[in-house]
Write a new protein. Structure first.
Length: 76
C-alpha cells in the first residue's frame, strides 16, 4: 500500500470516529512526531560533534591510566 493510499484510508477511518477518540489519535500523532524530531535533533548534534575539532585535543593527549592501573577487573 502506498503512502497516499494509507493516508486516504486513515482519513476515511478518522472521519468515522467520535471527537474524543479523534483527539487521542491526534495526541498520539503529535507524540510520534515529537519522538522523530527529538531523534533527528540528537543525530544532528552528534554529527556536529563528530565533525567538530573541539575535542581533537583529547586524541593528542597521552593516556594517564592504563588497564594495568585497575585494582579490580570485571568480565573476562
Amino acid at each position: 500500500m502506498s503512502k497516499t493510499e494509507l493516508i486516504e484510508k486513515t482519513l476515511a477511518s478518522l472521519s468515522q470516529l467520535p471527537e474524543n477518540e479523534l483527539k487521542e489519535i491526534h495526541d498520539f500523532a503529535e507524540f510520534l512526531l515529537s519522538k522523530i524530531n527529538q531523534r533527528l535533533l540528537t543525530q544532528d548534534v552528534s554529527q556536529l560533534n563528530m565533525n567538530s575539532k573541539s575535542y581533537k585535543f583529547l586524541a593528542d593527549d597521552k593516556d594517564i591510566y592504563t588497564v594495568n592501573d585497575l585494582k579490580v577487573k570485571y568480565g573476562k
